[in-house]
Design a protein around this ligand. Structure first.
Ligand SMILES: Nc1ncnc2c1ncn2[C@@H]1O[C@H](COP(=O)(O)OP(=O)(O)O[C@H]2O[C@H](CO)[C@@H](O)[C@H](O)[C@H]2O)[C@@H](O)[C@H]1O
Length: 472
């Protein structure tokens, strides 16, 4: 079976968040299972582009309204990622370093999708599935079924995976001419709330819709940033498939980013060495329980709650807890987190504003607890990385967090859960964390248990394979 993943991100080529991790890993496991999995993403000017070798596989041109745009498709030459990687290069549109945040993002991602289809249309054979990830690839199901220029592709099954329904990629009807020609009476398939809404369109037009955890699918039925009724109506084609993690990239036994590698055998010593290195870099006291946060500084992740949580927990424990934050995003939250250093000082708190992949690995390994006060969490990968590194996840019961973290107070449990995204609930969970930290043997046992859990892609890749087979 040949599966084409179409996405805006793919680790390690271009990563902003968890979408990249999934698209960089799932295809690798699909290849290992005997399928052919290919990934197509925009050709941004990231380091990966300059540090690797590519070959030109296609040249073409597309119309977007009255604008003609030339494009190239290049392929990474040496199968570095374990699957074929294709980059769609549209000069003047996609050739920036930043993945998102441009004034013309709708036009950029639409151009990417049209060029991708234009290229696939030129193949002699047809792939078995087009797997579209998030809104950046979500106009494809509409275009292949409704735009006459892609009629050749019309009966290829399409799967939409929703990694995050908060972002839908809407743009105004004044820009409908950017799309390839379609019958106007079909425009309802593009519309949601009087705008062209790519995510809504894919929910309507794709053969199947998946969410990145079953819990998130349940949540979307009553909280989906305006798409609730649409999802309820299309419920029969929706399913939740939990994300896995790439256990080759995230493995404390041979992670090259860590000061010391460890397994369940040298767990205590390994965690200690990593914690000491991390604490010494950030001026923290290694004898205190270390709670970390890694992520985008946005409301969904509850990042705005962090200053309150950290201040309150520091006060309640009489400086008996330490915090480290790694994140980037909302400038106001970033400023607040910097400001907090004047109230909660070293050795109890430090923050690194920015994006640093290597540091994130050191934090998963060197922390005792990973805090995730998310308001919305479609799956969440951080808690899965934390588990793999023997770090106790302290999570708000949302979406995928609820599906993957069982409270250590319950049978078979290993993490800490709390109910509401509030300072009070998070602080209560942190008090439990401090108590757990003092029970050294219980903590050691939990760490061993967490590291043995299997959240690899094996099971989830099989679920996707079953889904694709059902489309034949
Ligand atoms: N400042 C920083 N420096 C270094 N690394 C950083 C970082 N900020 C974040 N990261 C890394 O980015 C990834 C974030 O993963 P999440 O699952 O939180 O993704 P995100 O919310 O972006 O994606 C959406 O898609 C994913 C995948 O489906 C879902 O799991 C998730 O719930 C959904 O919101 C992790 O690998 C994390 O370590």
């Amino acid at each position: 079976m040949e599966i084409i993943h179409i996405s805006a991100e793919c680790y390690p080529v271009a990563k902003v968040g968890g979408l990249a991790d999934v698209v960089g890993a799932l295809p690798k496991y699909q290849q290992q299972n005997g399928d052919i999995a290919k990934v197509v993403i925009p050709c941004y000017k990231t380091r990966f582009l300059f540090e690797n070798e590519f070959e030109l596989v296609h040249q073409g041109g597309i119309w977007m309204g009255s604008q003609w745009r030339h494009f190239n498709v290049i392929k990474e030459k040496h199968n570095k990622l374990g699957f074929d990687l294709y980059l769609v290069d549209i000069p003047g549109l996609l050739d920036n370093e930043q993945v998102y945040g441009h004034h013309n993002d709708p036009e950029r991602f639409l151009g990417f999708q049209i060029a991708t289809l234009d290229w696939i249309r030129s193949w002699r054979h047809r792939p078995d599935v087009l797997h579209c990830h998030d809104h950046h690839a979500a106009l494809i199901p509409f275009m292949i079924t409704q735009c006459s220029s892609y009629a050749r592709l019309e009966d290829i099954p399409t799967v939409l995976t929703i990694h995050n329904a908060q972002y839908q990629g809407q743009f105004g009807w004044d820009r409908w001419q950017w799309l390839p020609a379609f019958d106007w009476w079909k425009s309802g398939l593009l519309d949601w709330d009087h705008a062209i809404n790519p995510l809504a369109s894919a929910i309507k037009c794709s053969w199947r819709v998946t969410t990145v955890s079953p819990g998130y699918l349940d949540e979307l039925m009553f909280s989906a940033a305006g798409l609730e009724s649409l999802l309820q109506g299309e419920k029969q084609k929706c399913s939740g498939i939990l994300n896995g993690i790439d256990t080759e990239v995230w493995n404390p036994a041979d992670d090259e980013q860590l000061p010391k590698n460890y397994t369940t055998r040298n767990l205590a010593g390994g965690k200690k060495a990593n914690k000491e290195a991390l604490c010494s870099r950030f001026g923290l006291n290694p004898d205190l329980p270390l709670v970390s946060f890694i992520g985008r500084l946005v409301g969904e992740k509850g990042a705005d709650l962090l200053p309150g949580i950290i201040g309150q927990a520091d006060y309640e424990t009489d400086h008996g807890i330490s915090f480290l934050v790694l994140g980037s995003g909302d400038p106001y939250v970033a400023w607040q987190l910097e400001e907090l250093k004047t109230y909660v000082r070293q050795p109890n708190y430090n923050v690194y504003i920015g994006y640093d992949e290597a540091l994130s690995h050191c934090i998963y390994a060197g922390s005792d607890f990973l805090l995730m006060p998310s308001r919305v969490e479609p799956c969440g990968l951080n808690q899965l990385y934390a588990l793999r590194y023997g770090t106790v996840p302290v999570v708000r019961m949302a979406g995928g967090l609820k599906d993957t973290v069982i409270d250590f107070g319950d049978e078979g449990g290993y993490g800490i859960r709390f109910m509401h995204p509030s300072v009070a609930d998070a602080c209560h969970a942190l008090r439990r964390s401090v108590e757990l930290f003092q029970q050294k043997s219980q903590l050691g046992e939990l760490r061993r248990k967490m590291m043995k859990l299997d959240f690899s892609w094996k099971k989830s890749a099989r679920q996707y394979a079953d889904l694709y087979s059902s489309l034949k």
